[in-house]
Ligand binder design. Structure first.
Ligand SMILES: Nc1ncnc2c1ncn2[C@@H]1O[C@H](COP(=O)(O)OP(=O)(O)OP(=O)(O)O)[C@@H](O)[C@H]1O
Ligand SMILES: [Mg+2]
Length: 442
């Protein structure tokens, strides 16, 4: 059952909505405007633009959407749909397109979403629209809304927008993190609408996975808000996965199928990467935490140079970010790494984790880091990795007893008792019981 979050209701954002309403008031008085909506991936830029579009429609204003559906290189692709009704411009140049777009948008709102993915010719049109916005007093005014991820946007766009904000009174709206209170309300709303009334659809109700939000306490909602960094996109992914503060950031949650369903837009982003970047993405997901690009190349089975190029592409796409510690990289958010790991073909994981375990062992990595790889090898390398898991559990039991308990369970299952119980196995059983008690699961 998908989470019922497509209802478009906007939680919080009162200040931003008031600012956007002022822009529409201005249009009512004949004043056009350029509005930039910026923020992290999944911060709610599109949702804010939708809120503005709904309000404009409520006021009887025409609204046009220009979207980059996939990062195709078709010149002026962003504006093809906008042009549809009036036909292509006579002169297919940026100036010709700019004129056509202005005519089509006149008196209403034009939203350009995901501008960071626009083809160069469309970007040129947008730059012209921005620079002419302050001087186009002769043409009919309109509101141009530009939503984008600044980390992935071209420097020319960032410069033009900065100048517009500083010099020409352009409006910049930040889609920042939601407050803990707004996030809690949102999570509550999702939980309520995810509830299946008994008998509504008995088949569904019987087979539906738990909705991931059982009796959430304020402490666990606060942990969820912190884990998502207040960003609604990550909040949705974590809720879908069945977030558990006890195992975060090691895991997103147990419900991998729902995590993948909810992550469709993110998987779409992955799908636009080159083949070697996708290999590096899988390897980075296997390594987890922070990692060196050379290690990524080794786990991916790429030559070092190709691996470094692939990591550079992942950084440009803002899937990975530099950590500021040497060359080491990390996913832009841990849940992005979990989605990438969950999306890996099962046949890839054992060999990749075996390579990662070898690398971690060579580097003398802590037992907990090695155990993270060993847990993916119990079905193939059972006995050989059981001790790695038990050592990892011993190291992690104080900070994350739930994870320690899981590793000890796997170690015990991998080493069935034969004949007399070994001393080592008895120690693991005792440690397992203690970890269960410490994690409140016994
Ligand atoms: N204020 C809000 N209230 C309720 N839901 C929200 C709010 N903001 C965002 N969401 C939900 O969070 C998810 C991410 O939001 P949205 O797609 O608008 O982010 P975005 O900044 O446009 O992301 P991207 O950078 O990937 O384009 C969406 O499912 C959206 O419906
Ligand atoms: Mg968006």
């Amino acid at each position: 059952m998908p989470l019922p979050m497509e209802d478009g209701a906007l939680a919080g954002r009162e200040v931003e909505r008031a600012r956007l309403a002022q822009v529409l008031d201005g249009l009512g008085h004949g004043r056009g405007a350029v509005v930039e909506i910026v923020g992290e991936p999944g911060s709610g830029k599109t949702q804010l633009a939708c809120g503005l579009a709904d309000e404009a429609a409520r006021r009887g204003l025409p609204v046009l959407w220009a979207r980059v559906l996939r990062s195709g290189d078709e010149p002026f692709g962003v504006f093809r749909d906008v042009a549809e009704a009036s036909g292509l411009p006579e002169a297919p140049s940026p100036a010709g397109w700019c004129e056509l777009v202005r005519r089509r948008a006149a008196g209403g709102v034009l939203v350009v979403d995901e501008l960071h993915r626009a083809d160069p010719a469309s970007l040129e049109v947008v730059l012209r629209l921005i620079s002419s916005s302050s001087s186009s007093s002769a043409s009919t005014p309109f509101v141009l809304v530009l939503a984008h991820r600044p980390r992935q946007s071209q420097p020319a766009l960032l410069q033009a927008l900065d100048l517009g904000v500083r010099r020409d009174g352009m409006v910049r709206v930040q889609a920042g993190p939601l407050s803990a209170t707004v996030a809690a309300t949102l999570v509550d709303t999702w939980a309520r609408s995810a509830h299946v009334p008994p008998g509504a659809d008995s088949q569904d109700a019987a087979t539906a996975p738990p909705h991931g939000l059982p009796d959430r306490t304020s402490a666990s909602t606060a942990a969820l808000h912190a884990a998502a960094q207040g960003l609604p996109g990550y909040l949705r992914l974590l809720v879908a996965a069945g977030f558990d503060p006890e195992t975060w950031p090691d895991r997103a949650g147990e419900d991998e199928a729902r995590l993948l369903r909810e992550a469709a837009p993110l998987l779409g982003e992955f799908g636009e990467l080159s083949g070697s970047a996708r290999s590096a993405l899988r390897a980075a997901a296997v390594l987890g935490g922070t990692f060196d690009p050379v290690e990524v190349a080794r786990v991916a089975g790429l030559r070092t140079e190709a691996g470094l190029d692939a990591c550079a592409e992942l950084v440009r796409a803002d899937v990975l970010r530099p950590t500021g510690r040497g060359q080491r990289l990390a996913f832009r958010h841990p849940v992005v790494g979990h989605v990438a790991h969950t999306a890996c073909e099962l046949s890839f994981l054992p060999a990749a984790h075996r390579r990662a375990l070898r690398i971690a062992t060579e580097r003398g990595a802590p037992a907990a880091e090695r155990a993270r790889h060993a847990e993916h090898l119990v079905h193939t390398d059972g006995v050989a990795v059981a001790r790695v898991l038990a050592d990892g559990a011993a190291q992690t039991v104080t900070s994350s007893p739930a994870i320690a308990a899981r590793w000890l369970r796997l170690a015990l299952d991998a080493r069935p008792a034969r004949g007399r119980r070994s001393e080592e196995r008895a120690r693991w059983e005792l440690a397992y019981g203690r970890a269960l008690i410490a994690s409140g699961r016994l």
